[in-house]
Write a protein that binds this ligand. Structure first.
Ligand code: SAH
Length: 268
């Protein structure tokens, strides 16, 4: 069996309020035989604080769960294994950072569940127009804490991520700065208008759900590109919608029910 990283985890060097006992508790699962997903767990991005190495085993377990839940895109699993989700949540929530749950990030907003992040990015990568090529420019609506933008940075050439709440935009910048991801561009503004400066996009992904997909997103999508977004359905519930822009026109499909924060217009 492979050598495990030593513990106690040094997550406390980024998060003073973290309880090392609980983190140790979480390592118990690591005594089980490794699955293929865990064996192929990627090495984390270089981290200036050295925190990455210590949390990689916990993250490998998260990746293993994602694979068990049906995420079968190795590139997405690799990216999920490399981005340190604990860097994006409040220090008091660090212990839950690798659970498959959404968590509050302030101002009434939430970081999406890892499973939903992985699923939506995998859907983007399945766009027929991509034909297995890596994604070019991607627009994310709703930067939140910046986590999904960081994951996207590993699967797309350029990431433009827009947030309408100044407090979260600033937080995301702060969270992302030490990671030095030169292809991530965070923008403060109303994402309902898209971000024409980066258009056309090969993919647009929304982390907030409205009643319809704004026309601006469709206009800013390249032919062959795909939008994945939560949207309100006729029953008033939210579901994931996939829109492909083809040379013949738009193709829309409605997928599973989801629960995202509302898409709102204007900045605050
Ligand atoms: N992707 C984020 C999830 C953030 S939650 C992450 O990884 O943390 C969704 C975010 O969408 C919230 O921060 C909310 O403020 C933002 N949002 C809602 N409507 C928006 C709009 N019109 N433009 C930009 N951001 C918006």
């Amino acid at each position: 069996m492979k050598q495990r990283p030593s513990f106690p985890a040094r997550l406390d060097s980024v998060a003073p309020a973290a309880k090392p006992q609980t983190l140790l508790g979480a390592t118990r699962v690591l005594t089980k035989p490794q699955t293929a997903a865990a064996r192929h767990a990627p090495t984390p991005l270089a981290s200036p604080t050295g925190v990455g190495l210590d949390s990689s085993a916990i993250r490998a377990r998260m990746v293993q769960k994602l694979a068990e839940q049906g995420v079968d895109d190795a590139v997405v699993l690799d990216a999920m294994g490399r981005i340190e989700r604990h860097r994006f949540v409040d220090s008091a929530l660090v212990n839950q950072a690798y659970e498959d749950t959404s968590l509050p990030i302030g101002l009434g907003q939430t970081i999406s569940k890892p499973n939903v992040v992985a699923r939506m990015i995998a859907l983007l990568r399945e766009a027929p127009g991509l034909q297995g090529q890596p994604m070019g420019r991607v627009l994310e609506i709703g930067t939140g804490c910046g986590y999904q933008a960081a994951v996207l940075s590993l699967v797309a050439r350029e990431v433009y991520s827009i947030e309408r709440l100044r407090g979260l935009h600033d937080k995301a910048r702060e969270n992302l700065r030490p990671m030095r991801l030169p292809n991530v561009h965070v923008i403060f503004g109303d994402g309902m208008l898209g971000y024409p400066q980066g258009a056309p996009y090969s993919a647009i992904i929304a982390a907030a759900g409205g009643e319809a997909v704004p026309q601006a997103w469709i206009d800013q999508l390249a032919v062959g590109g795909r939008i994945v977004a939560p949207m309100q359905t006729v029953t008033g519930q939210q579901a994931l919608v996939v829109i492909d822009k083809t040379s013949q026109g738009l193709q829309q499909s409605l997928l599973e029910a989801v629960h995202f924060v509302p898409l709102k217009s204007g900045i605050a």
